[in-house]
Design a protein around this ligand. Sequence first.
Ligand SMILES: *[C@@H]1O[C@H](CO)[C@@H](O)[C@H](O)[C@H]1NC(C)=O
Ligand SMILES: *[C@@H]1O[C@H](CO)[C@@H](O)[C@H](O)[C@H]1NC(C)=O
Ligand SMILES: *[C@@H]1O[C@H](CO)[C@@H](O)[C@H](O)[C@H]1NC(C)=O
Ligand SMILES: *[C@@H]1O[C@H](CO)[C@@H](O)[C@H](O)[C@H]1NC(C)=O
Ligand SMILES: *[C@@H]1O[C@H](CO)[C@@H](O)[C@H](O)[C@H]1NC(C)=O
Ligand SMILES: *[C@@H]1O[C@H](CO)[C@@H](O)[C@H](O)[C@H]1NC(C)=O
Ligand SMILES: *[C@@H]1O[C@H](CO)[C@@H](O)[C@H](O)[C@H]1NC(C)=O
Ligand SMILES: *[C@@H]1O[C@H](CO)[C@@H](O)[C@H](O)[C@H]1NC(C)=O
Length: 900
Amino acid sequence: MNLCVTALLFYMFQLIHGQPDYLGFISIDCGIEVNSTYQDSVSNMIYVSDYSFVTTGENHGISSDYVKPSLVKRYLNLRFFPHGARNCYTLRSLVMGNKYLVRAAFYYGNYDGLGKPPVFDLYLGTNYWHEVSLSDAGAFNWMDIIVVAPDDYLQVCLVNKGMGNPFISGLDLRPMKNTLYPEVNATQSLVLVNSNRFHMGPTDGSVIRYPSDSHDRIWTTYNAIPNCIQISATSVIQNNLRDVYDVPSSVMQNAVTANSSRIDFSWNPSDPSVNISSKYFFIFYFAELQTVGSNAVRQFDIIINSKTWNKQPYTPTFQVTDYFSGILHGMENYSVSLVATKNATLPPILNAMEMYLVKPITAVATDPGDARAMMAIQDDFGVIKNWMGDPCIPKASIWRGLNCSYPPVGASKITALNLSSFGLVGAISTNFRDLQALQYLDLSHNNLSGPIPNFLGQLSSLMFLDLSSNDLSGPIPYSLLQRSQNGSLSLRVGDNVNLCGNGTACRSDRKKINGTLLTAIVVPIAAAIALFVILFLLCQVLKGKAKRNATGHEDESALLENREFSYKELKHITNNFSQQIGKGGFGPVFLGYLENGKSVAVKVRSESSSQGGKEFLAEAQHLTRIHHKNLVSLVGYCKDRNHLALVYEYMPEGNLQDHLRATSTSKPLSWEQRLQIALDAAQGLEYLHIACKPALIHRDVKSRNILLTTDLGAKIADFGLTKAFSESETHITTEPAGTMGYLDPEYFRSYHISEKSDLYSFGVVLLELITGHAPVIPISDSMSIHIGEWVHQSLDHGNIESIVDAKMGGDYDINSVWKAADLALHCKRDASRERPTMAEVVAQLKECLELENRRDGRRRSLGSNGDDSTCPGEGSALEIEEEEKQQEGEIQAAAGPAMR
Ligand SMILES: *[C@@H]1O[C@H](CO)[C@@H](O)[C@H](O)[C@H]1NC(C)=O
Ligand SMILES: *[C@@H]1O[C@H](CO)[C@@H](O)[C@H](O)[C@H]1NC(C)=O
Ligand SMILES: *[C@@H]1O[C@H](CO)[C@@H](O)[C@H](O)[C@H]1NC(C)=O
Ligand SMILES: *[C@@H]1O[C@H](CO)[C@@H](O)[C@H](O)[C@H]1NC(C)=O
Ligand SMILES: *[C@@H]1O[C@H](CO)[C@@H](O)[C@H](O)[C@H]1NC(C)=O
Ligand SMILES: *[C@@H]1O[C@H](CO)[C@@H](O)[C@H](O)[C@H]1NC(C)=O
Ligand SMILES: *[C@@H]1O[C@H](CO)[C@@H](O)[C@H](O)[C@H]1NC(C)=O
Ligand SMILES: *[C@@H]1O[C@H](CO)[C@@H](O)[C@H](O)[C@H]1NC(C)=O
């Protein structure tokens, strides 16, 4: 009960924010009050307002003349679009490459008093879906499309074609397993119009959908079979192992049969757009519902348009779903006959059927990276008029202020952005960084504030940049000035009173720290003396150690590189601490820019921080000695009166935890990326454990402390808790510190720490990478379970798929995941001596990566259908499949000449 309530709350919480719910469903009632939600009486699903999915259009209720008690709530209101040729809904947080069913529903109900429903076109992104045309004011219609998402969002666009204002009543999105409907792939979709999905038997108009159908397909009744008899069963009808349509038992439990030896009916698409060049995809579903006696035979042929689809006389399987499918050319009328064979003693039956229009998906769209960046820029600056649908395509609907390239092959890219006088407020969006083909950027005459970000200098195609007449401050990045000076960039920055660097001085004094200077410094402020002496002594100790150290990884030059900043200088490079990018136990972290254009993260100790000078010094001490590509490196530090700060290299992609639990539009990490991150982190830790003398224990390994570079390389951060592990000791006795969920239980009990404690925490991080879950998983509002326990329990049932992060969309080598999961569980063994060493972990992760890469190679060489055909099927299920494949070929081949 409690679980249900929690689930429901979770469900609503998720939906209100425009995200898919925990089933991955999005259920929108268009035109209801902003932010309102309700539970649908048929499906029990929570429907939400369209507020967070669309930025244009107006709400309206239907005319009271058309309100009927039988009408579901979704049809009582609608959103209509009186302005603009194209208006779009955006469904976000999807998984690129996964399959989805999208359904749009329409009920005109004379909402505008014109008495005449409009006619308009429906698009999915830039692909034509279908025309929406209703026979009369009281007619309603819904249309499904099953597609592979080309990106992590889908857009449903309504296009006005001069025959009235487009409108929409409801919009649903349902995820489908990628193995379902194999006819749907990146270049082909299935469209269902006129409710052509039927459960046979009942003629009472009953509807089957979610929760009976876990994919929420809508199955309606079919009343047009003459002389039919309804039969039904109460036992569950199974799907066989290779079933690719997953029809629910409740649909299959009813069927029609005849009181003669045949079932005959004709079916027509009643769709004026269908002609001989259209393709129709049919699926007929059969299951035996009755116990057939030993001397009785149910056996029949399936004949569509006088072509027999079965090779041998067909007998339905008892309580198991079989299907026959095929593609035919579009025609006005199809005849379907199920004819009993001579030997049969029982009439034929039919349980269910679906008829889809096959629609090609053309790849023509804006480059996904550019499109995503433009949508993110729109989010950053608020709604911009006419920014809807695809940015560049069709050319006639290009977003205001954009110019795009339209190459003969490949995707369109954004080449120019003229956002002068667009009323933009706030910092310059970091999303401009992703527009790699941008040549012209005009942001003049807005209210942009904050620093000029350094990445603008890295836009390699940029030839014109106008930032004039804003409120920007701080230095002009060096890279921009340089490009402006050498003539490769036309730069305008005038009329920004707080900018410096071109003529006006930005510089503040700074000195390089080195050994001799350090010893000579006399600190004038008494309060700082003690602190300083400690730092000094530590440096001396380190220098001595570094000299003795044979590994050669750290030397004095490292120390010399670390720069000392004054507080004033920090204030300057962070633009008066204006852009906070994080918060640690130590205090806030700010983004800053050095005068050479390099971006840095400035970690400032807050006055109230419980972690004081001790940890600060610990971290400074460790960082100055440590140099490794998988460890975040220190650029400098500040120790100015009572201001303490550390300046690091900036890690643009933030921390791993945010990536794993992101609800943002950022692409989910692939399995290969996850393994690479794990390997990077493991190598960083291995260096701490082995290469450093004395060995260092991180003590706070967690996904928050793994930071990512632009290309998703990983580096370990936060050495605040790191303790030197001197050669003479085998363990250190110290009070447990660290983070809940990652803490080594042995260390917690005994206070004895060794490198193996880092292995425990690393094991937890690895499980996070595999599952996408936090270390502590809530299972009800009063109970939670540790990730390790949960994975153990799931793996005991031999089911790895159930634990793997669904965001990966099933796209991984299963053996690689098994191996990683096994390794993770080894790492988090209770007894530390049973855990592997970091070096062993590195070796194992390399093997995991190799398994995954080998699969990648295999997949490429087989083509995209390779995956489906590699696993052997079982028994009769496989035979049915193969039989069908041959038949489909024949049917298509035969239908051609017949239609000519
Ligand atoms: C709707 O919800 C959003 C996000 O929770 C909020 O910002 C907005 O103010 C709400 N609008 C109304 C009209 O309640
Ligand atoms: C999609 O399926 C169609 C028909 O089976 C096939 O011709 C096409 O090559 C497939 N496309 C991809 C990208 O696999
Ligand atoms: C059985 O078939 C006959 C025609 O052969 C028809 O007249 C009759 O209505 C059918 N009975 C039922 C119950 O459908
Ligand atoms: C068939 O219909 C499509 C649009 O639905 C149209 O483009 C095409 O010209 C039609 N072909 C014929 C032969 O009518
Ligand atoms: C379709 O075909 C059947 C039988 O061949 C015929 O009775 C029916 O009138 C046809 N319907 C249409 C709309 O052509
Ligand atoms: C029909 O029954 C006869 C006699 O039992 C058998 O020889 C024949 O193979 C059967 N035909 C089919 C198609 O099953
Ligand atoms: C964008 O395209 C328009 C129309 O083709 C052209 O007039 C304008 O100069 C272009 N702007 C840029 C910055 O390329
Ligand atoms: C920098 O200053 C010089 C001289 O004052 C001026 O000519 C130039 O346009 C300025 N550069 C920028 C990018 O504003």
